[in-house]
Write a protein that binds this ligand. Structure first.
Ligand SMILES: NC(=O)C1=CN([C@@H]2O[C@H](COP(=O)(O)OP(=O)(O)OC[C@H]3O[C@@H](n4cnc5c(N)ncnc54)[C@H](OP(=O)(O)O)[C@@H]3O)[C@@H](O)[C@H]2O)C=CC1
Ligand SMILES: Nc1nc2c(c(=O)[nH]1)N=C([C@H](O)[C@@H](O)CO)CN2
Length: 232
């Protein structure tokens, strides 16, 4: 039987790129979204990925992406909502609007429009990638954290709505990997927040996603990957 593709959003770099490449190298079909063209995308293209450009900043662009996706495949093994922007708060309202669009509106509309594609696959999953800070909030990323909390709540509702055929879960990482401009002081401060004190890297998220994809009796769950940060 033909294997239905995995859709992962935000595959142009870092976690999304790593996961897409691993699946392709393991022989799984992949559909991936990107916002801006990058050299790395040609690596995915060369491995057979179907790439769709999408900016989830606003409703129309989300709906345009969904139309393109429906023309691309008749089924989906999984939808991994990884695309994300980690912007600081602002008083213009722009940060909150963008974050709500990317972290809530896009996953919400994609899930609603693509239920039939998941139903056409012999097994089906949705995984929302959120943030460990949904538990405690974040003083300097208020809008980001609120939008990730909203995405976490979508997990509970879609798990109820799409059961029993589709499992819907959430991965809530703390520090996964740094950004290129992070200072040494910032890095040490972030590492010190957890009990295990490591920077796990993309592979930790990839392994967690695959654990959920291979599970048979987990839905509506939030899998925190935080090095014991909640106990410190
Ligand atoms: N890195 C970490 O330590 C942590 C990460 N997480 C979460 O894990 C996931 C992966 O993290 P990471 O790899 O660092 O993520 P990135 O910050 O690298 O973002 C992933 C992708 O999201 C895409 N994206 C951003 N804005 C939009 C938009 N408006 N429309 C469409 N796509 C967009 C970007 O696309 P493009 O490059 O094409 O512009 C980018 O490649 C994210 O959901 C993140 O919130 C949670 C906690 C810690
Ligand atoms: N979309 C993103 N979300 C987050 C990122 C990131 O780089 N992109 N990074 C973090 C931090 O690692 C934070 O968890 C600790 O510094 C959070 N979310």
């Amino acid at each position: 039987m033909k294997t239905s593709p995995i859709l992962i959003t935000g595959a142009g770099q870092r976690v999304g790129f790593y996961c897409a490449l691993q699946w392709l190298e393991q022989g799984f079909p992949v559909i991936a979204t990107y916002r801006q063209e990058r050299d790395a995308l040609n690596v995915l293209r060369d491995k057979g990925a179907q790439l769709i450009q999408a900016n989830f900043q606003d409703n129309q662009s989300i709906l345009t992406f969904i139309d393109e996706l429906k023309k691309t495949t008749s089924s989906l093994r999984a939808i991994i909502h990884n695309a994300s922007t980690w912007v600081k708060d602002d008083t213009t309202g722009e940060a909150m609007s963008t974050l709500l669009a990317v972290h809530i509106q896009a996953p919400y509309l994609i899930n609603l429009h693509c239920k039939h594609l998941l139903m056409a696959s012999s097994s089906a999953d949705i995984i929302h990638v959120t943030d460990d800070n949904i538990r405690k909030g974040s003083a300097d990323h208020i809008a980001y954290c609120a939008s990730k909390a909203g995405l976490t709540n979508l997990t509970l509702s879609f798990a109820k709505s799409f059961a029993p055929h589709v499992k819907v879960n959430c991965i809530a990482p703390a520090l996964v990997m740094f950004n290129e401009h992070d200072s040494d002081d910032y890095k040490q401060h972030a590492i010190n927040k957890s009990l295990l004190g490591i920077v796990p890297g993309e592979q930790e998220i990839f392994k967690a996603i695959n654990y959920l994809l291979e599970s048979t009796n987990i839905t509506g769950e939030i899998l925190h990957i935080n090095g014991g940060r909640h106990l410190k």
